[in-house]
Design a protein around this ligand. Sequence first.
Ligand code: PBG
Length: 313
Amino acid sequence: MARETRLATDNLIAPLFVTEGIGVRQEIASMPDQFRFSVDVLVEEVATLHKLGIPAVALFPKIADALKDPLASEGRNPEGLYPRAIQTIKKHVPEMMVITDVALDPFSSDGHDGLVMNGQVLNDETLDVMTQMAVVQATAGADIIAPSDMMDGRVGTIRAALDAHGYTDVAILSYAAKYASAFYGPFRDALDSAPRQRDDIPADKQTYQMQPANVREALREVTLDLDEGADMVMVKPAVAYLDVIFRVKALCDVPVAAYHVSGEYAMLKAAAQQGWLDERAAATETLTAIRRAGADLILTYFAKPMAQWLREE
Ligand code: PBG
C-alpha cells in the first residue's frame, strides 16, 4: 500500500545476442546465463520471453571477422544475419517488439561506432552509413530503431530517411546520454566488438561517448535528440548514473529508458556465484532503484529471470 515504485514485467526489455549457425546456444564467459543464439534458437527464446510478458527485445549481432570491414558494409546487407534475425522473429512472434541497434561497431574492422579516417572518427560521413543501416533494419521489420553511436545529428537524419522510405510508424529510441564507460567490457566480449588497437587512434570511445563526470551535457544531448524527433531517450549505463536518469526524467515527457549494462550485470552475477550476494534480492533491488530514479523502461540481462520472479511474488 505504501510502496512508491513498482517494477513490472512490462518495464523490461531483454537484450539478446544473435550469431550464425543452427542450434547454437553459446554462453558468454563474462556474462553467465547470457548466450549467443543462432536465429532458430533465438526465435524459441523470444517466444518464451513473450509468454513471460516481456514486451520488447533489443537485438545485437555477432558478425564473423571475415565480414567486417572499415566501412561496416555488412550492416547494410539486406540478406545479412541481422535482418534475417529480425524477419524471423517478426514472422514467428509478431507481437514481440523488436528494437534494433544502429552503430557501426559490430560490423566494423576498427571496432568503432563511426567511420575511422586519419586518426579520427568521422561524424557526418558516419550518418550516411547509419541511415542506410536503419532503413535495412526497418525493411526487415524492426519496430524501434535505437541509434547507440552518439554521433551528432543522427536522430534527425535517421528520422528523415525512415520517413522518406515510408517507415513513418517506426519509432526512434535514442541512446541520448551514453557514457564512455568501463562497464561495457563483457558486451564487447559477446560481440568481439572492442575498438581495435591502432597507432593513430585510441582504443576507446571517449571522443564520441560522454565523459562520466558530466550531467548537464547529458541534458543537452537529450534536448538535441528530442528536437530531432526522438520518441524515447536512454541513459546508459544505469546504476552508476541514477542521478542522470532522475534529471533526464524531470526534463522531458517521453518515455525514459535506462540500460543496465553488461558490466553491471556481470558484477552481480559474479558476486552471486561466489555466494557473496543473494542474486534475486540484489537484482530486484537494483532494478527497483533504476525505476525509482525515473526510468520507465529498463534494458537488462536480468529481464527473463526478473519476469519469472515477478510471477512468483
Ligand atoms: C555499441 C553498443 C555498446 C553497448 C550497446 N551498444 C557498447 C559500446 O558502446 O562499446 C553496450 C551494452 C552493454 O554493455 O550491455 N554501439
